[in-house]
Design a binder for this molecule. Structure first.
Ligand SMILES: [Zn+2]
Length: 450
């Protein structure tokens, strides 16, 4: 009996010890993390607006998959070059499925072939002069001041660095390696997705909810210094098509001719009121604008109006649609034309689809990693916000150390990338403390999809 008590006590001590040792396990992977990042910057991986997938992305996806496969988890490379990894729970209770996402493509907007990263150790505070006259200094980047004595990575100035999002991919793959080499680390069920085509706005196009449908999720594609994107616009495109009636204008009084453009203009003016214009929108305000008007199919009796709606509150978009439809009905009747509507959901505010404990997980994980979170709301969309339109749970976007993405002066804070990895490790532990009750709660938020 005494023996058993001693054994239990020893077990308790060792598990507590392990919980305390997450930072030391993480620290032992810090050189690996940087080395991995530098290797990934040598992978050409630019996406393209004109191609479903580029040959460079295919090659990168295959290299990443070969590396990840060796960790021994259930991994999959799909025909659309998405990489999925599932890590089974090693805890004997029901807890939410935790999802992590990132993207391996880089932007086509700037030269990103044959990147030569340079590592500046113990940064001395002087301006960093790159080729072609590019300079990174405290004026352009005040955050650089906090990097004195630390490690900074830049390109040579002839290309971008592609820390967006090779930093996030490095964090995720190093996390998988850590899990493979430390099976005693406790965690619930985990799902990872590494996508192509994020920088051309198409990373959600072929997302498959069989391998990736977590209850609580985080996207590792954020900026620097503890940045967390906790909200973004809801975005919809609404097209109104006004159909007149053909005929010669000279005999319109008798032949039933109806022009489509006068009613179209009236609808445009009514639905893009001055107070709703983007010019009059800032902070947490949304906007509605008439984005453009089209002569549909080259026919003069077909006028198309394309409205762009943005709001942090979906309810405001619904109110606009109700109002616009009332206007359309009145105008159609007044001019004797037909007005039809089409609605396209582009992305949704992650905050309106988030797991109720996501904020708490961030706050506790950041506190344990000694990182002060900087919560931001983006007046745009995020990858996670596009996943929401596919029925997935919303995700906050977590910092990875990226600075100046899509730029010759792009740079990485090695310390931030490491802290991002540490936060991810602690998140596994924090999510494993959540209970099945909270899982039920989120199920109610998504009655249609689940
Ligand atoms: Zn990105």
């Amino acid at each position: 009996m005494k023996k058993i008590v001693a054994l239990l006590a020893a077990l308790l001590v060792s598990s507590t010890l392990f919980a305390q040792s997450i930072p030391s396990v993480a620290a032992s992977y810090r050189p690996t993390l940087l080395k991995r990042f530098l290797t990934y910057t040598t992978y050409n991986s630019q996406s393209s607006d004109d191609m479903d997938i580029t040959p460079e992305q295919i090659e990168t996806a295959k290299k990443l998959f070969a590396e990840i496969e060796k960790f021994g988890f259930q991994a999959m490379l799909t025909p659309h070059y998405y990489i999925y990894v599932a890590v089974p729970s090693n805890i004997d209770k029901e807890i939410p499925v935790l999802g992590f996402s990132c993207h391996y493509d880089s932007t086509p907007d700037i030269n990103g072939q044959n990147i030569k990263a340079q590592v500046i150790e113990k940064y001395d505070g002087k301006p960093i002069v790159l080729k072609n006259g590019h300079v990174i200094d405290f004026n352009s980047d005040p955050y650089l001041k906090q990097m004195i004595g630390k490690t900074v990575v830049t390109s040579d100035g002839t290309t971008m660095l592609s820390a967006d999002d090779k930093a996030g991919v490095s964090v995720m793959v190093t996390l998988l390696q850590t899990l493979a080499e430390h099976p005693q680390m406790k965690h619930g069920p985990l799902q990872f997705v590494i996508t192509p085509n994020e920088d051309v706005g198409r990373s959600a196009d072929y997302i498959d909810e069989t391998p990736y449908n977590p209850d609580i999720a985080f996207d590792f594609d954020g900026g620097f210094d503890g940045e967390v994107v906790v909200g973004n616009f809801n975005a919809e495109k609404v097209i109104y098509q006004v159909q007149g009636i053909n005929g010669h204008q000279s005999h319109a009084a008798h032949n039933g001719y109806k022009n489509a453009w006068k009613p179209a203009c009236e609808l445009g003016v009514a639905c893009a009121r001055d107070e709703w214009l983007p010019n009059n929108s800032d902070g947490d305000q949304g906007y509605a604008e008439l984005h453009h008007m089209n002569m549909a199919n080259g026919k003069t009796n077909l006028a198309e109006l394309d409205f762009r709606l943005r709001s942090f509150k979906q309810q405001e978009i619904e109110q606009w649609k109700t109002y616009a439809q009332t206007q359309a009905d009145v105008i159609a009747k007044k001019y004797g034309v037909k007005i039809e509507r089409q609605v396209f959901k582009q992305y949704q505010n992650v905050a309106e689809h988030i797991h109720p404990q996501a904020r708490q997980v961030v706050e506790r994980s950041f506190a344990r990693a000694k990182v002060t979170p900087r919560f931001l709301e983006e007046r745009a969309g995020t990858t996670a916000s596009m996943f929401v339109t596919k029925g997935l749970v919303g995700a906050y976007t977590i910092f990875t150390g990226q600075n100046n993405p899509h730029n010759f002066t792009e740079w990485l804070s090695e310390e931030d990338m490491f802290r991002s990895y540490l936060v991810a490790m602690i998140m596994l532990d924090e999510v494993s403390k959540l209970t099945a009750t909270e899982k039920t709660e989120i199920a109610r938020l998504h009655p249609a999809e689940r």
